[in-house]
Write a protein that binds this ligand. Structure first.
Ligand code: KIV
Length: 272
């Protein structure tokens, strides 16, 4: 098969737009490294997010704030090497796009050039509209992120559900409309009431991807370490665990330790 026809099978932002129109739900998961991204891509996920949640699950930071642009590019490069079909979206990290639209463009260009990813994501609405406009002007697809925006955790103080009050809900709806108007190809809605995400999803033509935003969005996203059950402590209501890898891995490691100590490993057949 030629590389052109292989490319034709790739998921693009246009595929997502078509999926929304046709009512087909969009699946999205995070990945940060080659091995995980190979599995996720081969399993058929439409969108892989190289999320700044790498700051938490890969580096062990309490928040997403410390991860740097260089570190995000490193994760994105590892993911891109593995991916054959999924659309790869990379988070612009904290401090690389807010306040200065030229810096935002420079950060987005670095991600696209150095990792060969397909799109960037950034948090916020009206307050980052200049940055979004400038990135889009360079032909870089942008995904928005509204509701709980973890890069602003110190402004809000908690990770609780957002936009429960009318004024905040109205602001969120207006931000979602603005993101569509600016030209974003989609928007992540994080931890907002089901009713509000339904209103937003019905009010805009670009796909909404929810995390803790209920069932009326156009797609769902989860952090892969959470949905695979690698972390036992993190248990929000919205999280469904599809595996218990923490137990699987712990049992495997304990089995290995036991076999090393008892000299059961390596066996005759495992030696040269
Ligand atoms: O960084 C991330 O993983 C995200 C998702 C939670 C949407 O932004």
């Amino acid at each position: 098969m030629s590389s052109v026809s292989q490319k034709a099978k790739r998921i693009t932002t246009h595929t997502l737009s078509k999926m929304k129109k046709e009512g087909e739900k969009i699946s999205m998961l995070t990945a940060y490294d080659y091995s995980m991204a190979s599995i996720v891509d081969a399993a058929g996920i439409e969108v892989i997010l190289v999320g700044d949640s790498a700051s938490n699950v890969m580096a062990g930071h309490e928040t997403t704030l410390p991860i740097t642009l260089d570190q995000m590019i490193y994760h994105a490069q590892s993911v891109i090497r593995a991916v054959k079909k999924s659309l790869v979206v990379v988070d612009l990290p904290f401090g690389c796009y807010q306040g200065d639209s030229y810096m935002a463009l420079e950060s987005a260009v670095r991600i696209m050039k150095e990792s060969e990813a397909h799109a960037v994501k950034l948090e916020g609405g009206a307050q980052v509209s200049k940055s979004i406009k400038r990135i889009l002007s360079a032909g870089i697809p942008v995904m928005g992120h509204l509701g709980l925006i973890p890069q602003s955790i110190y402004k809000f103080g908690t990770y609780t559900v957002r936009a429960k009050k009318e004024a905040e809900a109205e602001q969120l709806l207006s931000d979602a409309k603005l993101l569509e108007e600016l030209g974003c190809f989609g928007v992540v809605l994080e931890k907002i009431p089901n009713k509000l995400s339904k209103t937003v999803t019905e009010s805009i033509n670009i796909p909404t991807i929810g995390i803790g935003a209920g069932s009326h969005v156009d797609g769902q996203v989860l952090v892969i370490h959470d949905m695979l059950g690698m972390n036992k402590e993190f248990s929000p209501r919205f999280l469904r665990r599809y595996a218990d890898l923490n137990t699987v891995m712990t049992d495997a490691i304990k089995g290995y330790i036991k076999d090393v100590k008892s000299q059961d490993f390596p066996s005759e057949a495992e030696q040269y």
